[in-house]
Write a new protein. Sequence first.
Length: 119
Amino acid sequence: QVQLEESGGGLVQAGGSLRLSCAASGSIFNLNVMGWYRQAPGKQRQLVASITTSGSTNYADSVKGRFTISRDNAKTTVYLEMNSLKSEDTAVYYCNALSIRFQNVYEYWGQGTQVTVSS
């Protein structure tokens, strides 16, 4: 099993910045993709950003140019640098990891961390 632990959420004013971290532990084999999703009240969970082991990134259009995702050299911790935050970025942010082994895909989720942007 893989455990994902998020940190770094909180309350920030519009225009401010936050940095989220997600550390993976447990039976880590190869976390092919790590990423961040968010879910606002009454809305579906949606992808914010993801990064592969080779460093390829993918961002939601709404955060391009404001958020940056990165991974550490050990590939077990993922970060989300969030700048120019807007009230619409308010949500619970979830860390996600995908591991592909023997043609099976294993998906893991963190517990979530609240990000609140006040206007």
